[in-house]
Design a protein around this ligand. Structure first.
Ligand SMILES: [Zn+2]
Ligand SMILES: [Zn+2]
Ligand SMILES: [Zn+2]
Length: 254
């Protein structure tokens, strides 16, 4: 019996070693693109490697569910508060993309609790995640015809003639007109200052500045946040020990 147990232990240990070596092997190949850099030396820790690998794989395959699950699992283990927030916001965007509503709500309430004044308040919104309106370039406004004067730019009092109202039989009081109260004698529309135009809600985006939130627009933000998260981790020495930058899904040693 003891012998069987010993054999089982040896087999399990052998399997563990095999898995570990394989893992190391795949990490080595990850860094092989930069032969001048000794493999792994740019990572600060095992956690750093794991977090980078997760984020990088999410960048390359935003719909990949396991990468996102792995990122969500990482959040609790991150010590640096800002890196944690970055990762949580990134994960929230990923959940939004993959329509993982319960997890999205869980992360959102964590963010609200942990970072009540955090930037996520602006990030997890339709206007941030959506495509910017092509008509108003996000300003939400558009120039349109003045509602008051219908575009003429003239005073809306119909009897007003260039700022003066004619008096019938004016000769009796010695004046044939008086100053229009509505336009103060200018003859111009008071709502548009005589221009005939006014700033209105953009008709294309209905005054939101944002067009539809699409898969593409959310993926764009997801990748932006993954990039920012990795670069933050690099700048602060939380993921890497060396000066590296992450752009367009690639890690570059400076
Ligand atoms: Zn007007
Ligand atoms: Zn007038
Ligand atoms: Zn618009």
């Amino acid at each position: 019996m003891k012998r069987i147990i010993a054999i089982i232990i040896i087999l399990v240990a052998g399997l563990l070693i095999f898995v570990t070596i394989n893992e190391e092997w795949s990490l080595t190949s990850l860094t092989e693109a930069e032969p001048s850099t000794p493999p792994e030396s740019k990572f600060i820790s095992e956690e750093g490697i794991a977090l980078y690998t997760t984020l990088n794989s999410a960048w390359h395959n935003p719909h990949h569910e396991e990468s996102l699950s792995s990122l969500i699992n990482h959040i609790n283990n991150i010590e640096d508060e800002e890196l944690k927030e970055y990762c949580a916001v990134t994960a929230a965007i990923g959940c939004r993309l993959q329509e993982r509503k319960p997890e999205y709500r869980r992360i959102e309430s964590f963010l609200d609790r942990a970072y009540p004044n955090g930037s996520h308040q602006n990030v997890l919104t339709r206007s941030y995640l959506g495509e910017t309106c092509t008509q108003c370039q996000g300003s939400a406004t558009a120039e349109g015809e003045c509602d008051t004067c219908g575009g003429s730019g003239e005073c809306r009092v119909s009897r007003c003639e260039s700022g003066r109202i004619p008096i019938d039989g004016g000769a009796i009081v010695g004046e044939d007109s008086y100053r229009c109260i509505n336009c103060g004698g200018t003859g111009e529309c008071q709502d548009c200052g005589g221009t005939g135009t006014m700033i209105k809600r953009c008709p294309r985006c209905r005054g939101t500045g944002t067009e539809a939130v699409t898969d593409e627009s959310v993926i764009k933000r997801y990748r932006e946040f993954i990039t920012d998260t990795i670069n933050y981790g690099a700048e602060q020495g939380k993921i890497f020990t060396r000066d590296v930058t992450y752009r367009n899904g690639e890690l570059n040693v400076r």
